[in-house]
Design a protein. Sequence first.
Lengths: 730, 260
Amino acid sequence: MDETTKTLSRRNFLRASAAAMTAAAGVPALKGLVSTGHAAAPAPQAGSITDHFTACDMCFNRCGMIARVQNGRVVKLDPNPKFLKSRGMLCARGNAATAHIYDPDRLKHPLLRKGARGEGKWQRITWDQALDHTAEQFERIAEKYTRCGVMFSPGSDMQSQFLIRFAEVFGSYNITSHETLCLLSNHRAYLDTFGETPYADVLYTKYIIVAGANPYEAIITPDTIDLMEARKNGCKMVVLDPRYTKTAAMADEWHPIRPHTDMAFFLALAHVIIHEELYDREFAANMLFGLDELSAHVRKYTPEWAATETGIPAEDIRRIAREIAAAAPTAMIYPGRRTSDYEDSSQIRRSMAIVNALLANWDRPGGVLASREVGVRAPYFDIPWYDDNPDDRIDHGMAPGLIHHEGSFKLMRDAIIKGEPYPIRGWFTFKTNFMQTAANRNKTIEMLDHLDFIVNADIAMTDTAWYSDLLLPSPSFLERDDPVSALQGSSACACAIWRDAVVPAMYESRDIRWICTELSKRLGFPETFDFSIDQYREWQLASIPEAAQAIKEDGVYYNPSKVYGIYFDVPLKTQAQKIELYNQRYANMGLDPMPTYKPPRQEQGKLRLVVGRTAFFTHSNTNNALLIEFEEENTLWIHPKTATRMGFRDEERVFVTSGVARVELALKFFEGIEKDTVYMATGFGALSPGQRLVHNRGASIAEVLEDHVDYISGNMAMHETFVTVSRKVG
Amino acid sequence: MKKYAMVVDSSVCIDCKGCMVSCKVQNNVPKGYWRNWIKQTKPDFSLGKLTRTHFQPGGCMQCDVPTCVTACPSGATFKDRETGIVHVNEPLCIGCGNCVRACPYGARFRHPEKRVPDKCDFCFSAGRLARGIPPACVDTCPTKARVFGDLNDPDSEVSRLLRDKPTVRVTSKNIDTQPNLYYITTTEPADWVGDVEYPQAYSVMASLVSPLVKVAVGLSALGVAGMWAKQAFAPDPPDPGDDEHGPEAKHSEPTASKQD
C-alpha cells in the first residue's frame, strides 16, 4: 500500500500552494517570509515534512486536505487551498483527525467475542480465522434463511461501494445505512416535487430562509462558507428554530418557532405569494403543475392562522413572504440536510420545496440546483440470481415512499424483531454506529437478540462494535487507498477525488476492499474483486481519463460541466414532467397530494425533546481528545422560566424520562430555547468502555429518543419524543 | 524587515473552533491550554427576533509596546525586530511568571511541563512561515475571518485591509500596548482586557535596564540556578489563559480605539 503513496516534493508543493493561495483568495502569495531574524529566535522544527493531498473523513463532506507527515507520522492536517467544494477551509473536526487516527482506543487486531454480547470479553484471533469464521457464518445463514438473511450496513465511506458490491453479489437485498436516520425525508420531498434532490446555490442567493437546519454548526461545504460570503454581498438570512443556534445568533432575524409548525409557516408564505400574485407568471405557466389546486388549498392558510400555530406574528410572516418574493428568483428556502424530525417530515419538506417552486428558483443562480455531470462511472458487475431468495427487501411496502436502495433502518429493525415477512439473522456493519444514532437504543439491542452473527469493521470500539460478535480493525482514512469519489459542491464545483494512503495501515488493520476480496474468495465469487485499486479507478474514470493527472497534481479534478439551465430543454423527472405542486402519485396512493397541516401533538406536563450537534462534535464517532475539551458532556437546555416553575436550579442533575428510557443529564438554563422544548446534543453517553472519553459521560440521544417514523419515507422522526424532567432522587 | 500582523473580521466568525484546534495541533499545546481563543458577547434575548451574538477570534497581539517584554527580567521574552513577533527564548527563562501577569490579554500561559511561558508566535517556530504557509489558525478558518501578513509590504492583504477599511484595536486601559491585531470596522466584546500588572520590584528596574544587561542577568550562574529552581518549583501564576474564554475581565472599561 505504501508504494502507491504519492508525495509532492516540497518545492512542488510550495509552488502549488502559493499559486493556489493566490488564485483562491485573490491575494498575493506570502513571499520570502522570514529572514534569519533575531539571533535567539527559535529555530523552525527539524526533520523534513512531506505533504500529501487527501480528503477529510470526520464527517460526510469530504473536504480537501493536505496531510503533513514528519518521521512517518501525520503531524498536521491543513486545508487544500485548491479544493473549491470546501473553499480552502478545514473545521475543528477535520483538524482533530490527528487525534482520531492516533486514538489509543483504536482496534488493533481481529477480535472474537467470548462472553455474552456487551460483556466485553474478547479473544484475539488471526485474520484467516476471522475471515473463515465470517464466510462460514454467512454460508450457514444463507443456507438456512436465504442470502437475504444477512443485512448489510455499508456506511458512507469512500469504500462503501465495495461492501455494496459484495452484498449484491452475495445476494442480499437488505442494505441500509445511516441515511434513513438523516436526510431521506428531504430527498423524498424534492424527488416528489422536482424529480431530483437539489443543491442549494447559497453563494449567489439574496434572501434565504433557514428552517430545520443549522448550517453554521452542522457544517456543510460549501454551503456554510457560502452563506457567509453571500451575506457579505447583501443576502438576508431569516432563521426559524425553536433553539438559538449559532446560525440563529448570526441571522438578520431569528424566529423561535414552535416545534413541528414549520409547515404552517410555509403554507402561509405560499398563501401570500399566490394570493398577492407575487410569483413569476411565465415560469408558473411553463414549469408548475397544480397551481390552481394549490391556490385553493392554501386559501385557508392565512398568515393570521399561521401566527397562532407558529408563534410568529402575522405581520412578520406577510412581510417575509413579500420580501422573499421580491428577491426571487435569487432567493431560497434552504433545503437543509438532517430532516429526520417529524412523522410528516416528507410533507413539511414538500411545503418548503413548493415555496421554492413559487420563487421560480429551480435550476437558476441563487436557487436550488440540479445534479451536475461529474463523469465518474460506477464499474459494472454481474448480480447473480438466487432462486430461493424472497421477492424483495424485508421492509418493502412498509412505507409508501421508501427509497428502494436505502430502505428504512427503523422499519427493518421492527421487521427483524417480528421475524416477518422473513427472518434476518446476520449483520455486517462497516463504519456505521446505529447504537449511537438510531432512536430507541433498547430496541436496537432487542434486534440484536434476533441475530446469530454480527460482524463489524471499524477503527474503534463503537457501541455497535461493543455488541458485535466479530470485530475487524479498519485503517483510518489516512492509511488506505480509496477509489474515486464524485462530489458536487453546489455551483462551486463538480469534482472527483481519490485518497492514497498517507501513512501505512496501523496495527493489523485492513481496509474493506481487502476484506471483501478475501471473503469473496471464500464464498465462491473471487472474480467480483479481481482488480487492483488502480484498475478500479481507471474503470471509474473511463470517460474522463484526464482526471487522474489532475487528482495526482492537485488532489482534485473539476469537470467544467453545465451548472444552470440543465433542464432548459429537458422535461423534469416527475410524473407531470413539471414541478409538482400537486403530486398525482400521492393522490393515487391515498396520501395528501399537497401538504396538509396537522397541529403538533402536545403532552400535558411534558416537554418536546429536540436534538442537534455542534461544529466540533460528530454524531457518533467523537471519542476525540482534542474535541472533548470544548464540551465534556452534553446537557439538557431548558428555558429558565420553565425550569424555575418546575423548581429546578441551573446545572442541577435531573432525570429525563421518555417512553423508552430514563437518562441523567445536567440542566443548562438558556433563554434561547422555546419554553415547551428541551434540547440535547448528540455524541455522548456511549455504552462502550472503548470510547473512553464519551463512555458514561452525559447521555445518548439514541437511548432516550422514541422511535417514531416519517410515514411516507420511513425516515426516523427524532423530534417527536416528549419527556418529563424530574428531580434526581437518591 | 517584516512587521507581521493579523487583521480580523470578527463579524464573520461562526465560533466553529477550527482555529483553536488547528493551533493546538500545530504547536502541541497541552490539554487545558490554548494559544488563541474565540470570545463572544452575551445575547440579549429582550431584542426578540433581532437577538444576536458577536464572536471574536483573538490571540497574542504581538504588541509594539509589549508589556510582557518589559516585565521579563531575564530577556527571555523579546520582540524580534526582523519580524515583529514576540518570542520566548526558553533557555533564558527563569520561570518567574511576570510576563503572564503583564499581558492584559491573557495570551500567555505557563506550559505545565516545560514551566516556561507559551504563546502564539504566528506559527514561526512550527516552521509554517518558512514554508510559505500561513499560520495554522489563518489557514484553516472557514470564513477567513483571520488575515495574516506583513504590514511593511504595501501590497500585502493586511496592508490593503488597513488602507481600505476602518479598523479598531482592543487594548488595556492603563497602558496602550499598541497591538498588531486589528479588527475590521468594529468588534465585541471589548470589556475583557485586563490591566497590565507589573510586579512592584521589577516595574522600576525593568524599565531602566537595557536589554543587553537583562540577557547578562539571565545567563549568570545565579540566573541559571534561579531558573532551574523556579521552573521546577514555582507555583503557577494565577493563569488567566487556561480556559477557552481567556481572562475574566478584571476591571477596565471597553477600550476599543479607532485606528486611523
